[in-house]
Design a protein around this ligand. Structure first.
Ligand code: MAN
Length: 451
């Protein structure tokens, strides 16, 4: 079995071109035949080298197995000129795809059916045309590959679905978190307003209490003054000759009371309250700033309030942190259609080269218990892992994982091309894609036993 290394042109375009042209030049694509148009002079045919038009040849010098042109253009259908990879022998391959063969393989006695299924690379009918048989094999192969590809793409579609559900979940979580954040922020503001309102009510209570106390004090003052007046009169008018012990004792106690009576400092409550009202006015006209001034003054006394606010702040910070984490996760590069999300956290284990490897897709990789690396980024079908355990006398371990299309998750190979830098090949449906005709042709191998 030989691998078909056909250079591909569209079959339709190829079929549109006639292979029976009387002007046919061996090894030349009919679409390029104009480059080999003869120049007629005195009934004779001539031709000029393509790259060196100053060199004029007889027309029958084309493909005469002798190299005349420095660029080899006079020998497109023989192996006479030195090998030049840019010059190829063209095979029409009627019924299949045209091919371009290296010129050194022309007339070498080998049928290069992988490129020239029509066998025209060899002269004298050495290689019969096998294009129909090869086209039939290719059609069977394409059918099998396409059937297999359908299965793989169905697996991939399921993973795409899983990835999109993960995105939806993250979006939903974000929505909930943002809603909760807004709600909590509002209720914190609300609770501060409630404290201000409560404080306002307390101030009003206090003012009322002060006024009531003030009038009670005024009443007591009157009572005391009238009692002092009664006792004063008794002290001045009593008759000491009446030797009444109870009166004597009361007079002595009253005299004692007067001598030790503390001087009452008159509190000017009116002017103090006026002062408070004036200060409040200078704080600002807004109701909030008026109360927040007093709120700030007494805040330190409301220790339990303070603790509750700190807890609330911590919870708000935690929600904001979660929002940041989910937003970062949402914006991370997970490849086309976010497909890599579907395999994030999938673990595949394999014993290779004497070690048991555990490969965590988009997480981390272990060689036995040695950390090979932590996932860093995805770049197309390549996953990069870094910051693994340090090597003895070497760098920190690292790895790249090449993802290749296949029906399941499986570690296919591991290599260590440089010390402690590993290259894994891991099979997964996430990188499968629809096969193009070029893919199909490059994967096709002729079964020579059936020719
Ligand atoms: C261990 C393994 C190897 C690595 C050497 C380096 O044996 O991790 O892959 O090459 O350490 O010392």
């Amino acid at each position: 079995m030989m691998k078909l290394i056909a250079a591909v042109a569209l079959l339709g375009a190829f079929l549109a071109v006639s292979g029976d042209s009387s002007e046919a030049v061996r090894g030349i694509d009919p679409l390029k035949l104009h480059l080999y148009s003869p120049i007629e002079e005195n009934g004779q045919k001539f031709w000029r080298c393509i790259g060196d038009p100053e060199i004029k040849l007889r027309y029958d010098q084309i493909n005469d197995d002798y190299c005349d042109c420095p660029d080899g253009s006079d020998e497109p259908g023989t192996n006479a000129c030195p090998y030049d990879p840019s010059r190829k022998f063209f095979c029409l391959n009627k019924g299949f795809f045209p091919g371009n063969l290296e010129t050194f393989k022309v007339d070498d006695g080998v049928c290069d059916y992988d490129i020239c299924c029509d066998g025209l690379d060899e002269s004298n009918g050495l290689c019969p045309d096998k294009c129909n048989e090869i086209a039939a094999q290719f059609s069977q192969y394409s059918h099998e590959v396409e059937e297999n590809s359908k299965r793989l793409l169905a697996l991939k579609a399921r993973l795409e679905d899983k990835a999109s559900k993960k995105v939806d979940e993250i979006k939903k979580k974000l929505e909930i978190l943002k809603h909760e954040l807004a709600h909590r922020q509002k209720s914190v503001k609300g609770s501060k307003k409630t404290v201000v309102d409560a404080f306002s009510a307390s101030i009003q209570d206090l003012a009322q209490g002060i006024n009531e106390a003030k009038s009670a004090i005024g009443q007591h003052d009157i009572t005391i003054k009238s009692l002092e007046g009664i006792l004063n009169k008794m002290m001045e008018n009593y008759n000491p000759n009446f030797n009444d012990l109870a009166v004597k004792e009361a007079i002595n106690a009253f005299q004692d009371y007067i001598s030790n009576k503390a001087e009452v400092v008159q509190v000017d409550l009116e002017s103090k309250l006026e002062k408070v009202a004036h200060q409040a006015g200078t704080v600002g006209n807004s109701r909030d700033s008026y109360f927040s001034h007093y709120y700030n003054i007494v805040r330190d006394y409301f220790t339990p309030e303070e603790i509750i606010n700190e807890e609330e702040d911590d919870q708000l910070a935690a929600i904001q942190q979660d929002i940041g984490i989910y937003e970062e996760r949402l914006n991370r590069n997970y490849g086309p259609k976010d497909i890599l999300r579907a395999v994030e956290g999938t673990w595949v284990s394999q014993s290779l080269n004497g070690y048991n490897y555990k490969v965590g897709l988009l997480t981390s990789i272990y060689q036995e218990n040695t950390l090979i690396g932590k996932f860093e980024r995805a770049d197309g079908n390549t996953l990069h892992y870094r910051h693994g355990n340090k090597c003895w006398n070497g760098p920190q371990r690292s790895a790249v994982v090449e993802l290749v299309c296949g029906p399941e998750h499986h570690v296919l190979s591991v290599q260590e091309p440089e010390k402690c830098a590993y290259v894994f090949e891991v099979m997964t449906p996430v990188v499968c894609h629809k096969f193009s005709q070029e893919d199909l042709l490059s994967g096709f191998e002729i079964d020579y036993s059936r020719l």
